[in-house]
Design a protein around this ligand. Structure first.
Ligand code: ADP
Ligand code: MG
Length: 700
């Protein structure tokens, strides 16, 4: 009998030895038996049986199906060719795709003949497909059916030292055999039966050595569920801990300022969605618990005025409020719109950014400490040590993506009792991401745009259409409208982008000569006073065209501008395109967005452009963005580690993410301290595996 346990170093496993153990440690970070068990195969080869189309779904396994290929068709997109075939069996159809099309390939595909096809099935946008399948005519099949084989990821270096697939199978089989009974259940029986999960022990066996395709799917489901469950449980416990230990400032009063603004100065009726969200926030603010809320809403949905009303609540209750934005331009824009909203009220508002002169800073610091300054709008400058509030009650943070978790926590320290926090996003975050990464925040959504907005019409054009585009611009300007022309900021080569921009500016001034036309330019190399001056000129309609880089991406609010031309649009990401487009469509006029690209596009760029042309819905766009780029890229490198899951794929496993989230929510509402007997396994596992990731989640 073996005396291994989960923590035993792998050199003690039969067949590994010290030398290989060291290699595995160094190359794959596998040190203990438990690590080895958690080293899951990254794919499987299944020739053990023949599946039918109605049995397949997403899984890492490569499987075979029997049927006929009933059509093949070449599809060209921007000079890239793809071959798409339809495979049929008695239960349904499946799309086959090849990306390198050659005559040989086309000739080699047998049509209307019984075949076995073999490969990995994935579903994209709800459609099943198999890329680059292997095809064998049934009449020529010789191989006998083999078993479902795990394939572990490995390197050439390891292979040379004898660590090959056979080695992995052997040692993992050994560890599984010895430790089978030590793989303890870490979920409650209730959750296991409610969510129809297989046992943990079973899952480990099947994930390494699947006996059957369905069993493998069940094992994958179980392990993904468990992975997301504990991840979200960590956030959930953190939230409960915070609520129990961090008092908030209760805002009991809806006082004079709120009421006066609401009844006398609000320039438009709020949308139902805005009203709903304000209600949610007010409910939070009345409690004796610090609020941490994420406010999601599409570009132009009117988040600013919601934030302002909340800040007025803070002031009504004797507190100060602050609002932070990631760039100077955006901070200035917020400052101006808030001042405009409050122009007939007796509330003091100031702006603090990196370029605020020292003399003015001194005044701001003083007024803040005295409490005579009610609202401070600013950039990261607000976070500096020197900035001390008398009693900060609410901090609004715009554009969450660019503020890390760490910065969020710095604002907490601005007051003895931490202020309520309202985070606003620039563009909607896909639901799966919000559910995982932002689990520690409550979420409010403004899912409606103010009435009377016209859908922005979006078109894709290339250089060949340039004259027509200019003609269109002239026409719009003749009607009194204004236009943006935006150039990408290429980070690798600032000089290059600068040249593109300047060339562009020159050609625009040639096409649109003075004195008939006035053209503004704004870019990152300008002093902020000069930028402000140009934005001001455009804002007051002294210039009709604004040539700019992405500095205008966020916040700029000029309702008379109705055309957005984006040059080299293929170089922008989806959320950036959506943000840029959001600069128009703010007035009553029909607005247009023209995406200029070169004529050849990569598949991915093509998908971005066509998505933009098809929809104005930021939530839909964020989902496509997630599919194209993956979660790490959306959250930014700083925070990508946190969504790097071992099994779960936030793009394809959306349903599992929501199921496990609902499981966690239910668990924590019934047993927030995990004290009941039935939840013991959950608590034990959390403490041994996850506690240190959430350093202040005090659970014992
Ligand atoms: P975002 O959510 O993108 O930050 P803003 O707060 O900048 O949007 O609002 C966009 C524009 O819509 C602003 O000009 C704002 O004054 C206006 N707005 C906000 N709410 C309403 C409303 N309920 N009715 C009409 N216009 C509104
Ligand atoms: Mg905004």
């Amino acid at each position: 009998m073996s005396n291994l346990n989960l923590h035993t170093p792998i050199e003690y496993v039969k067949g590994i030895g010290l030398e290989k153990a060291n290699l595995l440690k160094k190359q794959l970070k596998l040190s203990t038996c438990e690590d080895l068990l958690n080293y899951f195969p990254f794919r499987y080869i299944d020739k053990s049986r023949i599946y039918t189309v109605d049995q397949v779904g997403n899984s890492s396994a490569e499987i075979q199906l029997r049927g006929k290929i009933t059509s093949i068709q070449e599809i060209s997109q921007n000079k890239k060719k793809r071959l798409v075939g339809i495979f049929e069996d008695t239960t349904g159809t499946l799309e086959l795709v090849w990306f390198n099309v050659t005559d040989w390939l086309i000739k080699s595909i047998p049509l209307y003949e019984e075949v076995l096809i073999f490969g990995k099935v994935t579903s994209f946008n709800g459609k099943l497909n198999m890329a680059h399948p292997e095809i064998e005519k049934l009449s020529e099949v010789k191989s006998a059916l083999a078993a479902l084989e795990p394939v572990y990821s490995n390197s050439e270096k390891l292979q040379k030292r004898g660590i090959n697939q056979r080695f992995f199978k052997k040692v993992i089989r050994e560890v599984l055999h010895c430790l089978e009974d030590q793989i303890e259940e870490n979920l409650s029986q209730e959750i296991i039966s409610d969510y129809k999960l297989v046992s943990r022990k079973k899952a480990y066996q099947e994930i390494h050595f699947p006996s059957h395709y369905q069993k493998l799917q069940q094992a994958e489901y179980r392990l993904k569920f468990e992975e997301m469950f504990f991840f979200q449980l960590g956030f959930g416990l953190q939230k409960i801990y915070r609520q129990n230990t961090t008092p908030g400032h209760p805002f009991f009063k809806v006082g004079d300022n709120f009421n006066e603004f609401y009844t006398r100065h609000l320039p438009f009726p709020l949308t139902n969605a805005q009203r709903k969200v304000i209600k949610e926030i007010r409910k939070d603010l009345r409690k004796n618990i610090q609020m941490n809320r994420l406010l999601q809403g599409d570009v132009g949905s009117g988040k600013t005025v919601v934030a302002l009303l909340c800040m007025l609540l803070a002031i009504d209750n004797g507190f100060q409020a602050s609002m932070m934005a990631p760039t100077e331009i955006l901070a200035a824009q917020h400052f101006n719109s808030i001042r405009e909203f409050l122009k007939d009220m007796d509330i003091s508002v100031r702006l603090l950014t990196g370029s605020t002169p020292v003399s003015e800073r001194k005044i701001i610091y003083e007024e803040l400490e005295q409490g005579s300054l009610h609202i401070l709008v600013g950039t990261h400058a607000v976070l500096e040590e020197k900035v001390k509030f008398k009693n900060l009650g609410l901090a609004v943070i715009d554009e969450q993506h660019r503020f890390g978790v760490e910065q969020r926590s710095r604002i907490w320290k601005k007051n003895l009792v931490p202020p309520h926090i309202l985070v606003m996003t620039a563009t909607p975050i896909p639901r799966t991401l919000a559910m995982s990464y932002y689990s520690d925040l409550d979420v409010s959504v403004i899912d409606e745009l103010p009435a009377g907005r016209k859908e922005i019409k979006t078109f894709h054009k290339t250089d060949a259409n340039r004259l027509a585009v200019f003609g269109f611009l002239r026409n719009e300007i003749k009607k009194g409208r204004q236009a943006y022309i935006v150039y990408p900021l290429i980070e690798e080569s600032e000089t290059l982008y600068y040249k593109d921009l300047m060339d562009g500016y020159e050609s625009i001034t040639r096409e649109f000569p003075m004195p008939e036309y006035q053209v503004s330019i704004v870019h990152g190399r300008m002093k902020s006073a000069d930028k402000d001056f140009e934005i001001q000129r455009f804002n007051s309609n002294q210039t009709q065209i604004m040539v700019a880089t992405t500095v205008i991406e966020v916040g700029i609010n000029i309702p008379n501008a109705s055309v957005m031309v984006i040059e080299s649009a293929e170089k922008f990401g989806l959320s950036q395109l959506h943000q840029l487009r959001g600069r128009v469509g703010r007035g009553a006029e029909q607005s247009y967005c023209i995406l200029m690209t070169r004529s050849e596009l990569s598949n991915e760029a093509q998908k971005r452009i066509s998505t933009m042309c098809e929809t104005n819905d930021g939530f839909r766009i964020s989902e496509v963005d997630l599919e194209l780029r993956g979660p790490g890229n959306i959250l930014g490198t700083q925070q990508s580690g946190i969504v790097d899951f071992k099994k779960t794929d936030l793009v394809h496993d959306k349903i599992i993410v929501s199921l496990s989230k609902s499981g966690v929510d239910r668990l924590l509402s019934e047993d927030p301290q995990l004290q009941s007997e039935k939840n013991k396994p959950i608590k034990k596992f959390f403490i041994s595996h996850h506690k240190n990731k959430f350093h202040w989640a005090k659970i014992s």
